[in-house]
Design a protein around this ligand. Structure first.
Ligand code: PMP
Length: 406
């Protein structure tokens, strides 16, 4: 359960800045004391490098790091801890698949199918590999309600497509894509599927086994954990066959002057010293989220999104983007106010201690498609309440008054 009256107390940032209305959690979330404590506890008690120390403290650190991996595997319904590869973030996870899978398995003329609502981190890694290997990127369009256009999807999922990569939840429109159905649709055509779960894992229960996706990427810092830790889920069938993305220590079994034998996955994909403390703290974040319950989180955010939409519609000159059907959307809401640049809205809101994002949100193709250079985005999380949305609503009213006297 979310205790709306006390949850902010778990987050020290709101003690430091009690007036803060933080509505930019799609960019990064605030951190609860439990996560900060896990980070500090590691440094204070068990700080050592992992997997190579023969001494007790290193073994402890290794144990905590591997426990975090196992916890994350359970949290997203992976077959086992072996399927969880720690990366720096979603971006690195997608790059890993682009370099290990696409670069080695796709050939000139093959296509990668994306959608127009992708974040740049699910476009640029494919662009890089496409340029090198002469692959083609195609983008599924969206309809006027901000959901994928089924006709365009069918038309573009041709025999040439050798990989589909799509976002589970749009970071701008809040659209929740039907991930499970999309994966079956692609698999029926022999197309493997990568899902960008950066905006899904923090907000809803995700089961990668039920979804049957081939790859699933997400970031710790958007789900209460520190920056510098992310996850790539990889299905068993790729663990042995894909080559590593980066080379170095930790990912090898043996090295000679003429040959290298790689370690088994997931170590094969984790070259060098990882963000040990951040991985452990991600484990603590998972504990915190599970304690509240993902279903409760989803319900809370839907309620907030519904309320946000209702309030925004009362603001003169507003345009709201994304699905109106609450079943198809998550908490993030993008909007514009007529005659005011989104950057001006964000800085005027900042004067009232309200943090929102303005810009293209690393989704330039989507904004081009929407026909606007930028939007303002409200993205609430577990610590936000209707009161926060009320403060935002009043502030938008003030902005309209200041700018237009109405
Ligand atoms: N995908 C989506 C949908 C996102 O919202 C973001 C972050 N805004 C990313 C990918 C990239 O995440 P990161 O910067 O943590 O790699």
């Amino acid at each position: 359960m979310i205790n709306k009256n006390t949850i902010k107390k778990d987050f020290p940032i709101f003690k430091a800045n009690p007036k803060l209305v933080y509505l930019d959690s799609a960019a990064t979330t605030q951190k609860p004391q439990a996560v900060i404590d896990a980070l500090v506890k590691h440094y204070e008690n068990t700080n050592a490098n992992i997997h190579r120390g023969i001494y007790e403290m290193s073994e402890q650190a290794t144990k905590h790091y591997e426990e975090a991996r196992a916890k994350i595997a359970r949290f997203i319904g992976a077959q086992g801890a072996r399927n969880i590869i720690f990366t720096r973030n979603t971006t690195e996870a997608v790059n890993l698949v682009a370099q290990s899978f696409a670069r080695h398995h796709l050939k000139a003329g093959d296509e990668i199918l994306l959608t127009v609502m992708e974040h740049h981190s699910n476009i640029v890694p494919w662009y890089l590999v496409a340029k090198e290997k002469k692959l083609k990127l195609r983008f599924v369009r969206i309809t006027s309600d901000g959901t994928l256009d089924p006709k365009d999807l069918v038309a573009k999922a041709t025999k040439k497509v050798k990989l589909a990569a799509f976002t589970h939840v749009s970071n701008v429109l809040g659209t929740v894509n039907p991930a499970r159905d999309l994966v079956s649709f692609f698999h029926a055509r022999g197309i493997p599927a990568l899902i960008d779960g950066a905006q899904a894992v923090p907000h809803m229960s995700v089961d990668v086994s039920a979804m049957d996706c081939d790859f699933y990427a997400f970031s710790g810092h958007k789900m209460l954990a520190p920056t510098g830790i992310g996850v790539l889920y990889m299905k068993d069938k790729y663990l042995g066959s894909l080559p590593p993305f980066l080379g170095g220590g930790e990912m090898i079994r043996s090295v000679s002057e003429t040959n290298v034998v790689f370690a088994d996955a997931p170590a094969k994909f984790e070259a060098g010293t990882p963000a040990i403390e951040a991985a452990i703290a991600l484990g603590a974040a998972v504990d915190y989220l599970e304690h509240i319950g993902m279903k409760n989180i989803e319900r809370h955010e839907k309620e907030l999104a519904q309320y946000t939409l209702e309030k925004l519609r009362q603001v003169p000159g507003v345009t709201v983007y994304g699905p109106t059907d609450m079943k198809r959307r998550s908490g993030a809401v993008a909007f514009n106010l007529k005659g005011i640049h989104p950057h001006d809205i964000a800085s005027l809101l900042d004067e009232q201690n309200i943090a929102v994002r303005a810009g293209n949100h690393c989704a330039m193709p989507l904004h081009k498609f929407l026909g606007v250079p930028a939007t303002c985005r409200i993205s609430p999380y577990i610590y936000n309440t209707k009161k926060d949305i009320g403060v935002l609503y009043d502030a938008l009213g003030d902005i309209n008054k200041t700018m237009f006297g109405s």
